[in-house]
Design a protein around this ligand. Structure first.
Ligand code: 1HN
Length: 352
């Protein structure tokens, strides 16, 4: 960083010294300080778009090659092109596309990783969380809180596809992962559909409800019809220049993020609207649920312009600027590690 011109003899002595201390498991900070503490985020992740037309063909092929039962979960992992082999879409988040065919079940298990589902295609599947099933409809956002039992099934006659988002890399980083399989692969529900929403999701809670901060959220479904009508409802006002009409999902019983590790957002961009450029420290996965448009992304991994349409998925790494334009009225879903960064006092956004 500072001007200094060591001669060849000094460099040779240093190299020799580094070798000697290296054998004792030490290394000089001054050779790595700049990389350890960069002036701004230098994410190794790359911006990337996955088109649903291709994703669908590929996941349907998996449907012919392996059963949900054999796979446990029949999922194609969306791997960040610059992080191959690590099963992650950003440094902190995992994403995958899951397929369940008519008549199949994905057996019950639980793990300390938190999961979200965003239903993309097909009808007739359910997911169950701690004894309550919910019917999966397109655009529904469903969570599986940490350490809750969950299984999926398809009672209909169509393949059903959804996007999974999990905090796998965060839990791996902390070496805090546990998992177990249930003795019953497809347990019968113990509560009727809608029970959690009625008890915890109507601005009311049970009389004796005393949530502790680490308790799993009870409401686990955010139906798309309600999200959509809220987005249309706020569209009477003026759009935020950088975000259009955008809301974040909360646990209705606490006001906190639905999951402690993953923040989730829904956004409406009216046809013709173009957002001003914005960048933030939370690398974010975006999914187009309705409409079509263009995304412009710029940052360390390059400059990209993509046209997107329904069910296309793209990732914007940390500190890359994003601009969105809707050609047709667009509804976007997105998720990131923002609640983690905010809890640690790290999150920054720059509106350009
Ligand atoms: C998981 O449990 C599901 O329950 C999906 O559908 C994807 C990826 C890694 C680990 C657990 C599911 C997963 C997963």
């Amino acid at each position: 960083m500072h001007a200094a011109n060591p001669g060849p003899e000094a460099l040779r002595q240093r190299a020799d010294y580094y070798d000697r201390i290296g054998t004792r498991h030490m290394t000089p900070l001054w050779e790595v300080l700049g990389a350890l503490v960069p002036p701004q985020p230098r994410s190794p992740a790359q911006a990337h778009l996955w088109r649903y037309a291709e994703l669908r063909d590929q996941v349907m092929e998996a449907g012919r090659l392996i059963s949900a039962e054999e796979a446990e979960r029949r999922v194609l992992v969306l791997e960040n092109p610059a992080l191959r082999g690590q099963s992650c879409i950003t440094q902190s988040l995992y994403a995958g596309l899951q397929l369940i065919m008519p008549g199949e079940v994905a057996p019950s298990h639980r793990h300390t990783q938190s999961a979200l589902r965003l239903v993309l295609d097909g009808e007739g599947a359910y997911t169950a969380v701690d004894g309550e099933r919910t019917t999966m409809r397109r655009g529904d956002f469903i969570i599986t809180p940490a350490w809750t039992w969950h299984d999926h099934g398809n009672l209909g006659d169509q393949p059903v596809v959804w996007l999974d988002g999990l905090d796998i890399p965060i839990v791996r980083f902390l070496d805090a992962g546990f998992a177990e399989r249930s003795e019953q692969p497809a347990p019968q529900p113990s509560r009727p559909e809608g029970d959690a929403a009625a008890r915890y999701g109507a601005n009311m809670v049970p009389l004796d409800h005393q949530p502790r901060p680490a308790d799993p959220a009870r409401v686990f479904v955010y139906p798309f019809a309600r999200t959509r009508s809220s987005l249309v409802g706020i569209s009477q006002g003026a759009p935020d220049p950088h975000h259009g009409f955008k809301l974040r999902y909360v646990n209705p019983a606490t006001g906190a993020s639905p999951m402690p590790t993953i923040g989730t957002f829904a956004q409406r961009l009216p046809a013709g609207f173009e957002t001003s450029a914005v960048r933030s420290t939370d690398g974010t996965v975006h999914v187009c649920l309705e409409g079509a448009g263009e995304a412009r992304i710029s940052g360390l991994s390059g400059d990209f312009t993509w046209r997107f349409q329904e069910n296309d998925v793209f990732v914007v790494p940390s500190w890359h600027t994003l601009q969105l334009r809707a050609d047709r009225d667009a509804v976007m879903f997105s998720f990131s590690d923002r609640p983690v960064q905010q809890a640690l006092g790290l999150w920054r956004e720059e509106r350009l």
